[in-house]
Design a protein around this ligand. Sequence first.
Ligand code: NAD
Length: 520
Amino acid sequence: TPPRQQLELTLSRTAETVTEIPLWIDGERVEHAPTDLTMPHDHRKVVGRVHTATAEHVGAAIEAAQRARADWSEMDYTDRAAVFLKAADLVAGPYRDRINAATMLGQSKTAHQSEIDAVCELCDFWRYNVHFGAELGQEQPFSPPSMWNRLELRPLDGFVFAVTPFNFTAIAGNLPTAPALMGNTVVWKPAPTQMLSAQVIVDALEEAGLPPGVINLVAGDPEPIGRVALQSPHLAGLHFTGSTRTFQHLWRTIGENISRYRQYPRIVGETGGKDFIFVHPSWTDGVDALVTAIVRGAFEFQGQKCSAASRVYVPKSVWSQLREPLLSTVSEMKVGDVRDFSNFMGAVIDQRAFEKIHGYLQHAKSDPEHTILAGGEADAGTGYFVRPTVVETSNPRGKLMTEEIFGPVVTVFVYDDSDVDAAVELCESGTSYALTGGIFARDRRVVADLTRRLRFAAGNFYINDKPTGSVVGQQPFGGSRASGTNDKAGSSANLTRWVSPRAIKETFVPPTDWRYPFMG
Ligand code: NAD
């Protein structure tokens, strides 16, 4: 189709260019100490030069955000909203190929994975947030006779520090803009490996008319950037998505600095997952739906979704039918360069991720409690490629069933049909995470029972479906326990975190006698 030809053209142009990716402070592009950015599926190929921030740059970004606050926060909501609505139309229109090419080449997403993330979800975030933000403003308190009570949605009294992960261009676009829509100004630190698409987001926001200093991008070594931002007395909020470990480190740092701040910073963080598929013996609707849910849920984008299925509980009766079709499907799946559209998977993001996943594969190979049924191969010669891997384990509490791997590895625990209650219990409390999970069952009593018993095991719960693929406005996303604060990105629940309401009471005819009747 013509859109496909257009994408292929932009892909080859982007791959042949070394894109300069400067910082963005007070509306200016700032260049300093660039480092090379390569493609995960061809790691010798340099596609960008990412400029990196010093402590002074972070300080300048905070000052720019502080300066921009007055005008931006007093601007009419409709004017702020118009910036993000226009940015969405730019991304859905003239920027579509650019943002897809950047996401495909920089993060190794297939065309499909890129389109649902960098275009569809990013536009959804920007458009739905505008709608939800407008709704929030309508909620007003009761006004009895003689007075008028109002609630004014003020932004927070400082800047918001947005720290974003590599795995979703849409999240990178949403975390700085959701607070900005509500009138805040922002210092944004993207992940180093997402910078190619981060640059396109900056270009779209700039073209959409975002005034200088409202969002300031600082890239580079995370630790010093984080230290400067979190020590500022003006820190008013942290909007984070990434690993549980990093979030806990940032929260701890905020705790250590708590007496420095002019206000208590709002802390919002969506973090890791160990997401499940639980098959109940009452599932008698064939194995095709299970195979599709497992391979799409576990292997799309190389399993690098916080929601990726990575532990599966299957009763023996179902496993006997599921095993062969699952393994033959996995063996058919092609892994390689995302510019070859017949590949279902690309490469994992970088060497660190490759080595971490490789470590889990080595553990599965050497440990007698695990059997690798499919995949298990990993080769970093050209790109960081890991074959989709299915492991069977006899230990439902082992590390492959409890730790976040963040790669294309799914572990299956096969339980006796008669032990279904114990298996549900394992699924509920087997890990510290509680992000997503899907159950497969036919009998409605079972569906109701599992929904109740797994109530706290997942913030996004799926019935007869895979645990990935939430859509803004349809399945507000987030989990609890070690998976985050569950403030549901792309919903009014999230936007309320970026406002500090002021209640205003106006008395029309003030009392003039200080005495109360009872005194007489
Ligand atoms: P990460 O924790 O390594 O990095 C996230 C961000 O934090 C990056 O920008 C990184 O540079 C920054 N960072 C790291 N150390 C820092 C420090 N000391 N100070 C300041 N910033 C610091 O995570 P990642 O590898 O980019 O993303 C993958 C993780 O994100 C997975 O654990 C995944 O489950 C999680 N995730 C969760 C959700 C969700 O909604 N729950 C969505 C996407 C990803």
